[in-house]
Design a protein around this ligand. Structure first.
Ligand SMILES: [Zn+2]
Ligand SMILES: [Zn+2]
Length: 66
């Protein structure tokens, strides 16, 4: 471990995930939309969470919805 300072802490490739369960998206049957309250935060939902109406939470304004 010589000569390398400042390992990049952020992975370049951003993976978008289901806001409820965290599964990587896009996945079959998944959907994504912007927060109905603030319109700024992109929310992802996998097929399973859609089917079970799992609640999501906006990471920007805190809005929670089915
Ligand atoms: Zn999910
Ligand atoms: Zn919001």
């Amino acid at each position: 471990m010589i000569g390398r300072i400042g390992e990049p802490s952020v992975i370049a490739e951003t993976v978008f995930r289901c806001s409820s369960c965290g599964v990587a998206l896009p996945a079959p049957g998944s959907t994504q939309f912007f927060c109905p309250q603030c319109g700024e935060y992109r929310i992802g939902r996998c097929a399973r969470c859609r089917d079970q109406s799992v609640h999501y939470r906006c990471g920007s304004c805190g809005f929670e919805g089915p």
